[in-house]
Design a protein around this ligand. Structure first.
Ligand SMILES: Cc1cc2nc3c(=O)[nH]c(=O)nc-3n(C[C@H](O)[C@H](O)[C@H](O)COP(=O)(O)OP(=O)(O)OC[C@H]3O[C@@H](n4cnc5c(N)ncnc54)[C@H](O)[C@@H]3O)c2cc1C
Length: 369
C-alpha cells in the first residue's frame, strides 16, 4: 500500500524516524508535536549496533557518526580512575540527543513528511474506514492511520487503550550531565566505588561526553531540583577519578543536571486498536540498562513502514507489525529490568550475572528484525 494518510503524534526519536520511513515508502505523512520547538538541550544517547544497522538502512548512520562518536570498547575503572578491564563491545555510536533530533527531523522533512510543532490532538474518532482528528488549533482532518509516538506518558495511549498501561516506578532514578570528553572516555565506561556505587560515561562526540548515575530507592525520589547541582556532587563525593572531579567542577548550575525517576511500561500485544497504533516508548519504555529504548523505537519505525508497504490493508499491516515487534521488544525490556533489579539488590554481588545477561542480549540484538 502507498499513499495512505498517516498522522504521527510525537516527533521524538520514534515519531521522527517513522516520519522518515513512512514518507520514503510513499505514505502521505503528517507529524505533530506538542512542544513548540525541537529540543536544543539534553543529555547523550548510545545507539547500539542494531540501532546503527536500522539507521544505516535508511541512510542516516553516517550523519550520526559524523556528529557523534563511534566506539567499540567497554571499560571498567575503580573510583580513583584506574583502568581495571577493557573488553570489546558491539560497535556503537554516542551522540547528543539534540543532534540526533536534528538529523532525524531534517531527514523526515527531506523525505516529504510535514512536521508541525506546538500542536496536539484535541479529539479523535476512529470511524473504522478512517480516523477523524480535531487538532488543538481547531483544524480537522481524516487519516487512514494514526501513530501514537508520544512517549512513555502517552496521552493517546490512555485515550485509546485506557489507563491500564500507565508507567510505574522502576525503583531507580537517574542523574545525568554533559562534560568535555576526557581522553579515557573512548568507549562505554563504568567507574565503581567499593561501596557499590556506579557512574557511567560514554562519548557523545569527539569533544563531549555524557555522565550518568543511577540511584535506587523504594519510592520515587523527590529532590529540590534547584539544588540538583549540589546534590549530585554529594552523591558522587566518593569518586576521585580526575575525569569525574573535573566534570563535577564544571557543574555550577542546577540546569546542568537532568534528574528523573525511571518510569517504565510494556503494553502487551496487540499494539493497535482499530486504526491507532503505538510506537516507541508509548508501547514499551524499558529501564535504560540495555541502552535500547530508542533503538527499539527506531526498529519499530522501520518495521511499521515495511508492514504497511507489503500489506493489502491497514489491519493486516498492523497485525504483522505486532507479531514482528512484540517478542523482540519484550526480551529487551525484560533483560533491562533484570539488570536494573540486579543493581538494586546488590550490584557488586550480581556483577558477573549481569555481565552475562548483557552479552547474551547484545548478541540477540544483532539478529535480524
Ligand atoms: C536515563 C535514560 C537513558 C536512556 N539512554 C538510552 C540510550 O543510551 N540508548 C537508547 O536507545 N535509549 C535510551 N533511552 C531510551 C530513549 O530515551 C527512549 O526510548 C526514546 O527517547 C523513546 O523515543 P520516543 O520517540 O518513543 O519518545 P520520546 O522521545 O519521549 O518522544 C515523544 C514525543 O512526543 C511528544 N508528545 C508528548 N505528548 C504529546 C502530545 N499530547 N501531542 C503531541 N506530541 C506529544 C513529546 O514532546 C516528544 O517529542 C534512555 C532513557 C532514559 C530515561
Amino acid at each position: 500500500m502507498k499513499g495512505k494518510r498517516v498522522l504521527i503524534v510525537g516527533t521524538g526519536i520514534g515519531g521522527a524516524t517513522a516520519a522518515v520511513t513512512l514518507a520514503r515508502q510513499g505514505q502521505d505523512v503528517h507529524c505533530i508535536d506538542i512542544k513548540p520547538e525541537r529540543p536544543t538541550a539534553g543529555a547523550g544517547i548510545c545507539l547500539l549496533h542494531n540501532t546503527m544497522r536500522a539507521l544505516e538502512g535508511i541512510g542516516l548512520a553516517s550523519a550520526c557518526l559524523e556528529s557523534g562518536m563511534p566506539f567499540s570498547v567497554f571499560k571498567e575503572f575503580d573510583a580513583a580512575g584506574h583502568l581495571l578491564h577493557a573488553h570489546p563491545a558491539p560497535p556503537s555510536c554516542g551522540i547528543r540527543r539534540p543532534e540526533l533530533a536534528r538529523i532525524l527531523e531534517a531527514a523526515a522533512q527531506k523525505s516529504g513528511a510535514v512536521l508541525e510543532k506546538g500542536v496536539t490532538i484535541q479529539d479523535l474518532i476512529d470511524r473504522g474506514e478512517c480516523v477523524d482528528v480535531q487538532f488543538s488549533d481547531g483544524r480537522q482532518a481524516s487519516y487512514d492511520l494514526v501513530v501514537a509516538a508520544d512517549g512513555v506518558y502517552s496521552g493517546l495511549r490512555k485515550r485509546v487503550f485506557g489507563a491500564a498501561f500507565e508507567p510505574r516506578f522502576a525503583g531507580q532514578s537517574v542523574w545525568r550531565f554533559n562534560a568535555p570528553r576526557p581522553e579515557e572516555a573512548d568507549g562505554f565506561c563504568l567507574y565503581r566505588t567499593s561501596a557499590g556505587k556506579v557512574l557511567g560515561i560514554f562519548p557523545t562526540s569527539q569533544e563531549s561526553c555524557y555522565m550518568f548515575y543511577l540511584e535506587s530507592s523504594a519510592e520515587p525520589l523527590r529532590i529540590a531540583e534547584d539544588q540538583s547541582h549540589v546534590l549530585i556532587r554529594e552523591r558522587l563525593a566518593e569518586f576521585d577519578a580526575p575525569a569525574i572531579r573535573d566534570a563535577l567542577d564544571r557543574i555550577t548550575q542546577p540546569q546542568q543536571v537532568i534528574f528523573r525517576p525511571l518510569d517504565i511500561t510494556l503494553v502487551p500485544a496487540p499494539w493497535h486498536r482499530g486504526r491507532v497504533v503505538l510506537l516507541g516508548d508509548a508501547a514499551h519504555a524499558p529501564t535504560p540498562q540495555m541502552t535500547s529504548g530508542a533503538g527499539m523505537a527506531v526498529e519499530d519505525a522501520v518495521v511499521l513502514a515495511e508492514c504497511l508497504s507489503s500489506s493489502n490493508s491497514v489491519g493486516a499491516a498492523l497485525e504483522n507489525y505486532d507479531s514482528r515487534r512484540y517478542q523482540r521488544v519484550k526480551r529487551i525490556y525484560d533483560a533491562s529490568l533484570q539488570l536494573c533489579l540486579n543493581e538494586q539488590e546488590d550490584a557488586a554481588a550480581n556483577k558477573d550475572r549481569s555481565a552475562a545477561l548483557l552479552l547474551e542480549t547484545y548478541r540477540y540484538l544483532g539478529e535480524p528484525i
